[in-house]
Design a protein around this ligand. Structure first.
Ligand SMILES: [Zn+2]
Length: 135
């Protein structure tokens, strides 16, 4: 699949997740979508909680959906939201992505209205990271 096609498909999936996000406290919806090694797509949205630390991130939900559906490797992950700043994954989600990525994995950051803003490799976001091969 060509990169533009991948980004288009992931944008559609992540946008659907974005629309369904549960973010009554922050009003800050986030959607994410993963393309796994079998070309299957898994999405997720942020799910807030009245007990704030019990909330979860869109990337976290998308990774959970990938695992439930037998995906093993994140080939691409796209995160979408609405902010003047890039909506890059939080520190915990960078580590979560690290667990299931490889050197070619791309992390795409999108604005819900403006589209793709920037793509990263994980080592740009999480240098000298700790992963499964470190154990
Ligand atoms: Zn996160």
């Amino acid at each position: 699949m060509k990169l533009n096609n991948i980004i288009n498909k992931l944008t559609i999936s992540a946008s659907q997740a974005y629309e369904n996000a549960y973010a009554p406290y922050s009003g800050f919806n986030v959607g994410a979508a993963i393309l796994d090694e079998n070309d299957n797509i898994h999405n997720g949205c942020n799910v807030e909680n009245a007990a704030y630390p019990s909330g979860s991130c869109a990337e976290e939900q998308a990774i959970g959906n990938m695992i439930v559906n037998s995906g093993k490797i994140i080939k691409h992950i796209l995160v979408i939201g609405k902010s003047d700043e890039l909506i890059t994954p939080c520190g915990a989600c960078r580590q979560r992505i690290r667990e299931f990525c490889d050197a070619s994995t791309l992390i795409h950051i999108c604005h819900i209205e403006k589209g793709l803003q920037r793509s990263f490799h994980l080592d740009e976001l999480l240098a000298y990271s700790f992963g499964p091969e470190n154990l």
